[in-house]
Design a protein around this ligand. Structure first.
Ligand code: SF4
Length: 456
């Protein structure tokens, strides 16, 4: 709880507070003076008082005013806490919105975003430059058209649970009794959902680990998707190298998959064991070479894994660059409640993770990779970001559409969230399916009805 007279924005304000401390140290009082268009916020941190005022020219409609009330209140809390703790954060007061999305909005309104980022939102020059590079890389892919549709299917099974994972994904061995029914329901939903696709941009089968399915199940799912594929980018999140083999790679190829993800997360065998990943770094290399001539490959790495040194992380970056996949995504460890690592000690400091992320950025850029999407989540180590890098011309359309929320998404399966965009993403309506497999199976008909309401 944060002590505020803006109860509607309580959770947004708490997000800023949580970037500095997790105690209830902050009190904020907001006042707006009509006529003057003056937003005044008085923030008290452990008894110390800070006051900030912002004047805005011109007429304000209710929607804009509401947006500014929230923005200036968050900013005031950020400034007060930065002063109190004598600490600036890389993304300043930016929370709750993707940096690129805000930058695009700002460019539409005023033709530029950089000054707004650095001077108003207190974003560092380095992160502002990163945002600019991402926007630059998205040229030719970023496209606002309400007919644009991406298609997603979710497979909620994995060969085993990784300790840092908070996704809804079951160990396929313990979920064995439901896999048959799940595959049939997913196919049913895929076939039903074809009607909602307007202009197909990309297909993504994610998880979980889709290739944890038996070859027969995998083939069934891909056969259903093949019927909607008009030759667009088609990604399967192969994910765990311990599930990838020549047979399932051939199936993916036969059904038109163009990209796969092979995710090392780290090239340290010691860390992989600690994470419960059940594969080695050598296996990543072996599976990468098995796939690289047939698919565009994305590799995911994580900065800030418990117990990893700077040297471990640098080694992972170097090994990835040596392999030279088309895409490398560098995630910052995000500890969510419910994941085993949330309970663990030996967490790295934000500063240590910051150095890792900087290293990744400079090495990847020096080796021909450009950042092309970025997003932030709550509880990220060091309040940093996840960045997807790609070689020229190899950026993933699906990732851009998802991050920028500029295309509708017809999503199938448990835990899938379908999304319809209006006016280039100004308004978005969503329909989420139940996370749990059994509830999904029982509610399939209701899900179909709700989807029909969303898209037709
Ligand atoms: S493979 Fe991915 S989805 Fe599956 S348990 Fe590990 S992190 Fe979670």
């Amino acid at each position: 709880m944060i002590d505020t007279n803006l109860p509607n924005f309580e959770s947004d304000l708490r997000e800023v507070e949580n970037m500095f401390c997790d105690t209830d140290a902050v009190k904020i009082r907001h006042r707006f003076t009509e006529g003057e268009n003056k937003f005044v916020n008085t923030v008290t941190v452990n008894g110390k008082v800070y006051a900030y005022g912002n004047l805005v020219k011109g007429d304000l409609d209710e929607l804009v005013k509401k947006r500014l009330v929230k923005r200036y209140a968050k900013l005031s809390i950020y400034k007060a806490l930065a002063k109190f703790f004598e600490k600036e954060l890389p993304w300043g007061a930016l929370t709750g919105i993707r940096p690129t999305k805000l930058a695009y909005q700002q460019m539409e309104e005023s033709g530029e975003f950089e000054e707004f980022f650095t001077d108003v939102m207190k974003v560092s020059k380095e992160k502002t430059d990163l945002t600019k590079k991402v926007i630059e890389s998205q040229k030719g892919i970023y496209q606002k058209n309400d007919d644009n549709t991406d298609f997603f299917a979710f497979v909620p099974f994995c060969p085993s649970r990784c300790k840092y994972c908070s996704f809804i994904s079951a160990d396929i061995k313990s979920a064995r009794a439901h896999v048959d029914d799940y595959v049939d329901a997913l196919i049913d939903e895929i076939e039903f959902s074809k009607r909602f696709i307007k202009k197909l941009r990309s297909i993504y089968v994610g998880g979980g680990t889709p290739v944890a399915l038996s070859n027969a199940h995998l083939e069934k799912v891909l056969r259903a998707i093949e019927k909607i594929n008009s030759g667009v980018e088609f990604t399967v999140e192969a994910g765990r190298p311990d599930c990838i083999n020549k047979e399932n790679l051939k199936i993916l190829k036969d059904y038109g998959v163009t990209r796969i993800c092979i995710n090392p997360q780290t090239f340290s065998n010691k860390t992989l064991e600690l994470l419960g990943r059940k594969h080695t770094a050598e296996e990543v290399v072996e599976k990468f070479y098995m796939a690289k001539d047939e698919f565009i490959v994305n590799m995911d790495l994580i900065a800030g894994l418990n117990g990893e040194s700077q040297e471990d992380f640098e080694n992972s970056i170097r090994k990835s660059i040596e392999l030279s996949p088309d895409n490398i995504t560098v995630h910052t460890l995000c500890i969510k409640r419910g994941s085993y690592l949330a309970e663990e000690e030996h967490r790295l400091s934000g500063e240590a993770v910051d150095i890792m992320v900087d290293f990744a950025h400079s090495q990847l850029e020096a080796n021909g990779y450009s950042p092309y999407y970025l997003y932030r989540q709550k509880n990220m180590a060091g309040n940093l970001e996840n960045v997807g890098y790609s070689k020229a011309g190899k950026a993933c359309v699906y990732n851009v559409d998802i991050m920028e929320e500029i295309a509708s998404n017809v999503a199938c399966g448990a835990n899938a969230i379908s999304k319809r965009v209006f006016n280039g993403g100004e308004r978005i309506e969503r329909e989420a399916s139940p996370k749990d497999v059994i509830t999904y199976l029982n509610k399939l008909e209701v899900i179909k009805e709700r989807k029909t309401k969303l898209f037709l």
